[in-house]
Design a protein around this ligand. Structure first.
Ligand code: ZN
Length: 417
């Protein structure tokens, strides 16, 4: 096992740890861990809500989720010799949940959760159809996820970090804040909001304190969106074996990571989120001097995905077009067409006895594939969602016999405002 350079104790909150990480992006957050090119090392990661979500049959914790405190990230980790303009090469050697049998300080998390935020506190991809808060608990056994809240479905985890990235420079941070505020200004009272501006409340900035903390907390970027530094990309294929090339914007690169997922469907459509969990990552880093200019990589990270996905040979796919549920035609709107593809799949799965929210949770957590199948055929964009048939323990394809009826079990816990 590589040396643990960023340890966490699961019995303590994020701010009581030996090394305190951060939950905002800012160039002045000091790196407390230093590694060299060629080093392999282990990092522990808290689940993104720092333990606020519990393994029970009640969704009040999702309804009241402390959104201002996310994402709790491990880092920054400085890489010796990395300078702005370089590419930071990050190999994901291993990534996994906290071992269940571990009796040490990391003990305990052989489970994870998928939540749907209430519209009043976070919202989500299908918030019009699902305005309340919901939660599903998944148990991990032998690398497979099952849930007492969504019976008759099981799938192998494609474990990955939802979030990893380098620190922004002061100029890049200012650019983010300006463009996101301009978007917010187009509809400042929208629920849920268009974007999340800097918020000193609940900000954690590593070892920064005093006036430095106050100034940085007022500027530091929230961690929800992916940006030029990578960040919260929620790419389910960043599994073990992945190599990522991150642009470097500050001296040392200052790499951070967190928001580990046991599994996720493309789009992380449930928003809270995939199957969220705490765990560990084993990483190795290298530096390509001047790599950003050499390879023209400045827009965002590029990557070579891992090869440990479960192999499915059969899929049932659903498509959607850019027409609203009310029948209004929109122009090549791929967000809308992906929503329609997902709603199409949800409607289909309810014919077997699942509730709509159970079907939604399957799409958010299971390794479904989402694709932009057509983006030029005016006026309709065509998005598709592919579901592996083998995740169900009943025949899920249409047949002349009609859908078998499953027992939907206890269902998904819900909480309303
Ligand atoms: Zn997540």
């Amino acid at each position: 096992m590589p040396e643990v350079v960023f340890p966490l104790d699961s019995t303590k909150s994020f701010t009581d740890q030996q090394i305190v990480g951060h939950n905002r992006w800012h160039p002045d957050i000091p790196a407390q861990v230093h590694v060299r090119p060629g080093d392999s090392f282990r990092v522990h990661c808290r689940e993104w809500f720092d333990g606020a979500i519990h393994n029970d049959d009640n969704a009040d914790d999702i309804r009241d989720a402390p959104l201002a405190g996310v994402h709790v990230l491990s880092g920054p980790i400085a890489v010796e010799g990395a300078e702005p303009g370089d590419l930071l090469v990050v190999d994901i050697l291993d990534v996994g949940p906290i071992p269940q049998e571990d009796s040490g300080p990391l003990a305990g998390q052989g489970w994870g959760y998928t939540g749907v935020f209430a519209t009043q506190n976070g919202g989500g991809f299908l918030t019009e159809q699902f305005p309340d808060a919901y939660k599903v608990i998944w148990d991990f056994t032998g690398g497979v996820a099952t849930s007492r809240h969504v019976p008759h479905v099981a799938f192998t985890g494609i474990v990955h970090p939802g979030l990893m990235g380098t620190a922004p420079s002061a100029a890049l941070l200012a650019k983010w804040n300006a463009r996101e505020q301009a978007l917010i200004d187009t509809n400042p009272t929208r629920v849920p909001p268009l974007a999340l501006p800097p918020l000193p409340d609940s900000a954690i900035l590593g070892s920064l304190s005093g006036d430095d903390f106050t100034r940085a907390a007022a500027e530091a970027a929230r961690t929800a969106p992916p940006r030029e530094n990578g960040g919260n990309q929620d790419i389910k294929n960043l599994t073990k074996g992945t190599r990522v090339f991150y642009p470097v914007f500050v001296s040392g690169a200052n790499l951070s990571m967190g928001d580990l997922h046991f599994s996720q469907g493309d789009g992380e459509i449930t928003f809270c989120g995939a199957i969220e969990m705490g765990g560990f990552m084993d990483l190795r880093v290298e530096v390509i001097k001047g790599g950003m200019a050499t390879y023209g990589v400045s827009e965002n990270a590029i990557f070579m995905p891992g090869n440990v996905d479960p192999q499915y040979s059969q899929w049932l796919a659903f498509s959607g077009t850019s027409v609203t549920l009310d029948g209004e035609q929109r122009y090549l709107d791929s967000h809308l067409s992906y929503q329609r593809a997902c709603l199409h799949a949800i409607d289909y799965l309810t014919t077997f006895g699942y509730s709509a929210i159970q079907a939604y949770m399957i799409l958010g957590a299971a390794p479904i594939e989402g694709r932009l199948s057509g983006v030029v055929d005016i006026p309709n964009s065509c998005s598709t969602v592919y579901i592996p048939t083998a995740i169900f323990d009943f025949p899920v394809a249409p047949s002349s016999a009609g859908p078998v009826k499953i027992d939907p079990g206890m269902g998904v816990p819900m909480s309303s405002f």
